[in-house]
Design a protein around this ligand. Structure first.
Ligand SMILES: Cc1ncc(COP(=O)(O)O)c(C=O)c1O
Length: 405
C-alpha cells in the first residue's frame, strides 16, 4: 500500500492553517509547494557550500561547481537530452521562450516568416513572438482551439506552409488542463520544414517528457512548478541549434576571451548563461528532480488522474457550474465558472475557509475570450493533494454560493 499521508507530510507548508482552517492548497498550476528535501538542500547549500561557480580554484567553489553541474546532468536525464550541453539554466519558462525568440528567432527569421502559436498558450509563449513581430515583421498565426479546449491536427495541416518556421505550443494548458499530442505535432511541423518549441511549464511535473522520443527542437520549463524553488528553469534545445544561435545576453561566464576589439564566446552551455546563475535554485532543482524520480511518473499519474476524476465528478454536481476545458486528454486542472458568482468573489470566500484556488485569466486571455468569460476559478492538483482537499473545496463553494446567490 502506498503511504500517501507520508508523502503529504514531506511538505511542511501543508500543516499551516489559514483563517482558522487547514490550508487546502489547490493552486499547483501557479506554483507547487516544496518538500523538505528541497528546502533543506537550499539551506545546506547556503550553510555549507556557498561560493560562486566556474570561477574559484579553491575547494569550496570547486565543490559548488561540481554540485551545480551534477544537476545539469540530472536535468539531461530527466528530459532524456543527448548531451548536457543542450541544457541551459534560465529563470523559468518565460525566460526560455524569450531566449529562443530573441536569439534563434531574431537571427534566423525574417519579415513574412510565420510562427504558429496555439490559442491556448500562456502569454509567455505568445507575447515574445508578438514582440518579434514588431521587431522584424514575422507573422504570428493563431492555431484555434475548439469548444472543448482542444487543438485539431487537421487545422494544423491547413496552417502549415513553406513560410512556417516554428510551431509554438504547450504540452499542457494551465488554463484548461488540455494535454496536446506533441509527437504528432512535431512530425507534421518537421515535414513542413518548421521547428517546434514546446512549453513544458505545466507538463514536466505530471508527464515523463522525452525530448529525443518527441524530437522537439526546443523545450522550456520552470522549476517552481515541479517542487523546486522559484527563479530557476531550463531551456532544452538541440545542440546544432544552440551552436548556431548567437548569445542572448552578454557578460561574465559566457565568454572565452575578451578584448575591446573582439570577444570570443564560451562553449555550450555556458554561451547562454551570462552572469552569476541562481546556484541555490539549481541545487534545489536537483533535489526536486530526486523527489520526482523517487516517486515516479506512474505513481504521479495514478494520484493525479484519480484527483482529476473525483474533482470533475463532484464539481459537476454543483448547480450552474460550467467546466471550461473538457478535452478528452487532460491533466489535473479544473477551470470553472458558476452562474451568479463572479470568480474573484468566489475565490475570496473560499480563502476564508483556507481553500487556495486561483481566480483570474491565468495569463491566457485569448482562452478567456474564446470561452467568453472574464476569468475562471481554477483548482489544480499536485501529488500531495487528496480527496479531503476536494471535499473541502466543494463544501466551501456551497457555503459561498449561499452567500452570493
Ligand atoms: C503553460 C505555462 N507556460 C508558461 C508559464 C510561465 O512560467 P514562469 O512564470 O515560471 O516563467 C506558465 C506559468 O504559469 C504556464 O502555466
Amino acid at each position: 500500500m502506498f503511504d500517501h499521508a507520508a508523502l503529504r507530510a514531506q511538505f511542511p507548508i501543508l500543516k499551516l492553517t489559514e483563517n482558522g482552517h487547514p490550508l487546502t492548497y489547490l493552486d499547483n498550476a501557479s506554483t507547487s509547494q516544496k518538500p523538505l528535501s528541497v528546502i533543506q538542500a537550499v539551506e545546506d547549500y547556503y550553510s555549507t557550500q556557498n561560493a560562486n561557480v566556474h570561477r574559484g580554484v579553491y575547494g569550496l567553489s570547486e565543490r559548488g561547481t561540481d554540485a551545480f553541474e551534477t544537476v545539469r546532468k540530472k536535468v539531461q536525464a530527466f528530459v532524456n537530452a543527448k548531451s548536457y550541453k543542450e541544457i541551459i539554466f534560465v529563470r523559468g519558462a518565460t525566460e526560455g521562450v524569450n531566449l529562443v525568440a530573441q536569439s534563434w528567432g531574431r537571427h534566423f527569421l525574417k519579415a513574412g516568416d510565420q510562427v504558429i502559436v496555439s490559442e491556448m498558450e500562456h502569454h509567455s509563449n505568445l507575447v515574445p513572438w508578438q514582440m518579434l513581430r514588431e521587431q522584424i515583421g514575422i507573422e504570428v498565426i493563431k492555431w484555434p482551439i475548439n469548444e472543448r479546449g482542444e487543438l485539431s491536427l487537421e487545422d494544423l495541416a491547413g496552417l502549415l506552409n513553406e513560410r512556417t518556421k516554428l510551431v509554438a505550443v504547450t504540452q499542457m494548458s494551465n488554463a484548461l488542463g488540455t494535454i496536446n499530442p506533441i509527437k504528432q505535432i512535431v512530425e507534421m511541423a518537421h515535414q513542413a520544414g518548421a521547428k517546434v518549441l514546446v512549453d513544458g511549464a505545466q507538463s514536466t511535473s505530471h508527464i515523463k517528457v522525452d525530448v529525443q522520443a518527441l524530437d522537439v527542437d526546443f523545450l522550456v520549463f520552470s522549476g517552481h512548478k515541479l517542487y523546486a524553488p522559484t527563479g530557476i528553469g531550463c531551456l532544452y534545445a538541440k545542440q546544432a541549434l544552440l551552436e548556431a544561435m548567437p548569445p542572448y545576453m552578454g557578460g561574465g561566464d559566457m565568454i572565452y576571451k575578451v578584448s575591446f576589439e573582439q570577444t570570443e564566446y564560451n562553449e555550450l552551455p555556458y554561451k547562454f548563461e551570462a552572469g552569476t546563475p541562481n546556484i541555490a535554485g539549481v541545487i534545489g532543482l536537483g533535489a526536486a528532480l530526486d523527489f520526482i524520480n523517487q516517486l515516479g511518473f506512474e505513481r504521479i499519474a495514478q494520484i493525479e488522474e484519480e484527483l482529476l476524476h473525483y474533482a470533475t465528478e463532484r464539481l459537476s454536481q454543483i448547480e450552474g457550474l460550467r467546466i471550461i476545458g473538457t478535452a478528452a486528454t487532460k491533466g489535473a486542472v479544473v477551470s470553472f465558472v458558476i452562474e451568479g458568482a463572479h470568480p474573484h468573489d468566489l475565490a475570496t470566500l473560499l480563502d476564508q475557509d483556507g481553500v487556495a484556488v486561483r481566480a483570474s485569466h491565468h495569463c491566457a486571455m485569448p482562452v478567456m475570450l474564446k470561452f467568453n468569460v472574464p476569468a475562471t476559478v481554477r483548482a489544480s492538483f499536485g501529488v500531495y493533494n487528496n480527496r479531503d482537499d476536494i471535499d473541502r473545496l466543494v463544501a466551501s463553494i456551497h457555503e459561498a454560493l449561499d452567500m452570493l446567490r
